[in-house]
Design a protein around this ligand. Structure first.
Ligand code: AMP
Ligand code: MG
Length: 435
């Protein structure tokens, strides 16, 4: 057993708070201009503003007849059709202004003529033989019309700096005329898997070797959270080689180490980080899975080429955030979601996003000792209004196979020694970074 002099084990809430506080200090790097079609999931570095009123004219939201609502106060009301306005047609293309007792055929998305104050749906009319219509219902002023500028006025802020571009956001940008957008560059996130037993995915493992799955789960999570994964060679449990690879990892915007942070004799990551003047914000969290998670900041040289053709030399130092994630694959996945995402999001230029919890009714009760906040692989099912959740029968934090069947994690608060069947419980849905 190794005893650490700088042990700082926090509750889940404390650890998350530390991460959020540190994330607030971090700034994104440079910006770049991208074609709108390549901007999915990027964070805006310049805002999107309305280039005109939205909608730019009073817009019909139904196929039917543009009418003066007062003409329909008394039913049955007969209206004379004096023309037609299709989407894309100018209201001035009408033969003349709409008078009392008159209506104009109008399509969804077409501009409503000035004199009309409502659109009567086609379904609420009957054709009359003399070419007019009979209104079967009244309409209130404004019905089935979105007034000019009701969604946004010209020059209004539509998407602020730090907004992540979702398909909806991309549609907003397109409707305001942005064929290119200015976004933050994706932060480079080094991923360093450690462990003598770990081998790359393309090699055939010996009887006691384990394939490196963490590099791949972390790379996928980094991409989802808005970063660019930079895979490093697997580090053996050997101080010198580990130190050299940590130095390489710290050349990036964020360094993630997987494995080697527990209490075992060969868990060397924390010690190795001390050579880089590491400051540890915490060295563990009272959670399951993922208790040995480590968060801190270490010193890395800033290198520049003094002359072209020469190799880069250190010219200054900078502080680089790092996480030591426990090597057990489910612990790695969970601790990334819980703690890495706020830091990565800040480096990517995103506005802070809280964890998204949902509530559901627990199908089957469970018992366990209190003292840890637990995130247990679980499955949500059911229909709107009666969502149920059931914990999966996992074999602990190495059980990736079970975790791959989960669609959420059941949250057990640290003051509970069990959860009862039928109880309303919280679940955490992972992979919701695209927001
Ligand atoms: P550690 O945190 O280094 O004590 O590792 C804990 C467990 O996770 C051990 O069973 C390791 O074999 C496993 N493990 C560590 N790193 C990886 C990895 N990159 N991919 C898959 N399993 C890993
Ligand atoms: Mg290890």
């Amino acid at each position: 057993m190794k005893l650490s002099s700088h042990e700082q084990v926090l509750s889940f809430c404390e650890a998350r708070q530390v991460v959020e506080n540190q994330a607030r200090r971090l700034k994104p790097a440079a910006t770049e201009k991208l074609s709108l079609n390549r901007s999915l999931a990027r964070f805006l570095a310049l805002p999107i503003r309305a280039d005109r009123d939205f909608p730019p004219f009073p817009r019909a939201t139904r196929d039917g007849f543009a009418v003066r609502s007062a003409d329909l106060f008394k039913l049955p009301a007969r209206l004379k059709i004096i023309g037609e306005i299709k989407a894309g047609a100018a209201p001035e293309s009408m033969p003349r202004r709409l008078g009392h007792g008159e209506a104009v055929v109008i399509m969804t998305g077409a501009p409503v003529p000035m004199e009309a104050d409502a659109v009567l749906m086609q379904e609420h009319t009957k054709r009359c033989h003399e070419g007019g219509i009979e209104a079967l219902r009244q309409v209130v002023a404004g019905e089935n019309i979105v007034p000019r500028g009701a969604e946004a006025g010209e020059s209004q802020l539509l998407l602020d700096v730090g907004t992540r571009l979702t398909p909806t956001g991309i549609a907003v940008a397109a409707s305001a005329g942005y064929s290119t957008v200015t976004v933050f560059r994706r932060p480079q996130v080094a991923v360093l898997a450690t462990g003598d037993e770990i081998v790359p995915v393309h090699t055939s493992p010996g009887p006691s070797q384990i394939r490196d799955s963490n590099l791949h789960s972390l790379s996928a999570q980094i991409e989802l959270a808005g970063g660019e994964p930079v895979p490093l060679p697997i580090a053996p449990d050997h101080p010198r080689e580990l130190g050299e690879l940590i130095a390489l990892a710290l050349e990036h915007d964020l360094a993630l180490f997987s494995g080697g942070v527990s209490m075992g004799k060969y868990d060397l990551v924390e010690d190795a980080l001390k050579a880089f003047k590491a400051e540890f914000y915490f060295t563990g969290a009272r959670i399951q899975p993922g208790r040995p998670v480590v968060f801190g900041e270490a010193e890395a040289p800033v290198k520049r080429r003094k002359r072209s053709g020469t190799s880069p030399e250190p010219v200054a130092v900078r502080r680089v955030p790092f996480f030591g994630l426990p090597g057990n694959p489910v612990s790695t996945l969970v601790t990334f979601e819980l703690f890495v995402t706020p830091v990565l999001r800040a480096l990517a230029g995103g506005q802070p996003a809280p964890l998204l919890f949902a509530s559901a009714r627990l199908k089957t009760g469970l018992r366990m000792p209190a003292g840890l906040t637990r995130f247990l692989p679980a499955r949500l099912s059911g229909e709107p209004g009666s969502i149920e959740v059931e914990c999966l029968n996992w074999r602990g934090s190495g059980d990736l196979v079970c975790a791959s069947r989960a669609n959420c994690y059941l949250v057990v608060p640290d003051d509970r020694d069990g959860m009862n069947a039928g109880e309303e419980v919280s679940v955490l849905i992972f992979g919701t970074e695209l927001r």
